[in-house]
Design a protein around this ligand. Structure first.
Ligand code: GLU
Length: 489
């Protein structure tokens, strides 16, 4: 039987990193097994819907490269399956369950239920729905039930959880799980607003979409016995289950907003590469080997094994993510980076630089930053003339002979045909020796003049990239400002 898996988010806001991990593991498993990956939007809880979150989810999955393989065709493309568009299917199954005696109508008001739970609690009992004393199909006459339903009285449909029944299943990651039916409440399957609950819609869809493996977060593990009861009531074969480990903060509490970002979108906005995010998220709970951390998506697909996913919680270590981003920054083709960087500059109002120029800047500066956009903070002088000069640096390295040397260099540089690193080094070193100075006695003032700052990439490399005209203009500008006492610090 060919593998079919699904990612089934509820459109209640942003995509959580844990959601991305679930989507990714489903995707990796599907691709590894030559199977299909399906996206299903579970929007039957109408009170939690957040407008536009479905579009946001699809957009961010696309960005991460997680494409789904089928769905209803919308505008020539596959759309996701959307539960609110499938209500008839759920209603049919509700009828089947009622007719076979596995589910029943219940007419209790929320206040009555609240009161019942309080009473049970007061007696020290499990506050489960007490089907024997409440107003439902099991306690009312058939006629009365019909009357209430046809008169439009609000009702829900509940699952009749069998008494004295052991629910046993094998989770691929956790092994055998046994739950006694006495621990399970008679679940609401159809709500009074006419929408099915998560449990019913999820099971009906997993079955009708021929899902072979249900791969989801550990927080859904308590729902699985309820789902199994539904599969049994409907006489359906069970899919295989795999519950992924929780994501934890560094202090091993459940990953929460309070300790950092949890929305994938936030990481994207901060400038993380999608390859770094995907690589990092893929290793939250699994690693193909013990001696490597960097894998591209194909390597992840090739080596993915559900059985190898850990049971224990996976710590979300932001430093590791930053390290990975740096690895990708170093590894990526500078042509691709230049295109991305151009957009960053344009967004910040800079003029357009050539790709060739940007590639050179990236090559010489990327090892000094973690994010591509940080290159701009690190060396703003590669994109505009320095307007201010570092005062401390000036006071430390600007000597009474510096102006004279700068003027001499200005002449020598202007005569250079090949304004490249080696020649700049040669010419500057010669000048230093003639004056009985060390190269650094010249380089520091020169760095100040050209960049305004005390730190940067190699000075001659920087000058080569900026080019002869630009360097001479900056030297001239500095000399003029200095002589007019107009240097801005
Ligand atoms: N709609 C559930 C969610 O929001 C899906 C859980 C499942 O995969 O069964 O995560």
């Amino acid at each position: 039987m060919s593998v079919r898996v699904r990612f089934a988010p509820s459109p209640t806001g942003y995509l959580h990193v844990g959601g991305l991990r679930t989507a990714l593991y489903n995707y990796l498993f599907a691709k590894n097994q030559n199977g299909k990956f399906i996206l299903r939007i579970e929007d039957t809880d109408r009170t939690r819907l957040v407008e536009n979150s479905t579009q946001g989810l699809i957009e961010i999955l696309n960005w991460a490269g997680i494409k789904y393989d089928e769905g209803p065709v919308v505008g020539g493309e596959y759309g996701p399956y959307v539960q609110s568009e499938r209500l008839d299917i759920y209603n049919n199954h509700i009828k089947i369950l009622i007719n076979s005696g596995h589910a029943y109508y219940a007419f209790d008001t929320p206040e009555e239920i609240e009161q019942m739970r309080k009473m049970l609690q007061a007696k020290g009992l499990n506050p489960k729905y007490d089907r024997r004393t409440m107003k439902n199909q099991l306690t009312l006459s058939e006629d009365e039930v019909q009357r209430r339903v046809s008169s439009g009285e609000p009702y829900v449909v509940r699952l009749l959880v069998p008494d004295d029944h052991k629910i046993i299943f094998t989770d691929i990651i956790r092994g055998e799980v046994i739950v006694d039916s006495s621990e399970i409440d008679d679940q609401v399957l159809l709500k009074s607003d006419g929408y099915p609950t998560y449990h019913l819609a999820n099971v009906v869809d997993d079955y009708s979409m021929k899902i072979t493996h249900v791969i989801r977060g550990e927080e859904w593990l308590p729902s699985t016995p309820k789902h199994i009861l539904l599969y049994q009531a409907l006489g359906w074969e069970l899919p295989k289950f795999a519950h992924l480990p929780l994501l934890l903060n560094k202090d091993r509490t459940k990953l929460s907003k309070r300790q950092g970002d949890v929305a994938v979108e936030d990481y994207r906005k901060k400038g993380y590469f999608k390859e770094a995010i995907v690589n990092f998220v893929a290793l939250l709970g699994w690693n193909p080997s013990s001696d490597r951390e960097i894998y591209d998506i194909q390597e992840l697909i090739d080596s993915f094994k559900l059985e190898k996913v850990n049971k224990g919680g996976a710590v979300f270590d932001i430093e590791k993510l930053n390290w990975m981003n740096f690895q990708y920054l170093m590894k990526k083709d500078t042509k691709e980076l230049a295109i991305q960087f151009k957009t960053i500059l344009i967004d910040k109002g800079y003029p357009e630089f050539s790709n060739d120029y940007l590639e050179k800047v990236i090559k010489t500066h990327r090892e000094r930053v973690t994010f591509l956009h940080q290159i701009l903070d690190f060396c703003p002088y590669m994109f505009q003339k320095p307007e201010k000069f570092d005062k401390e640096y000036f006071e430390k390295y600007w000597k009474d002979y510096s102006l004279e040397i700068l003027k001499e260099l200005q002449i020598k540089y202007s005569k250079m045909d090949d304004f490249v690193h080696d020649n700049l080094h040669k010419v500057t070193l010669e000048t230093a020796s003639e004056k009985g100075l060390k190269l650094k006695d010249i380089i520091h003032p020169l760095r100040l003049v050209i960049t305004g700052r005390s730190a940067g990439a190699g000075m001659f490399e920087t000058m080569e990239i900026l080019g002869k005209n630009e360097c001479l203009t900056r030297i001239q500008h500095f000399i003029e400002s200095y002589e007019k006492n107009k240097l801005v610090f």
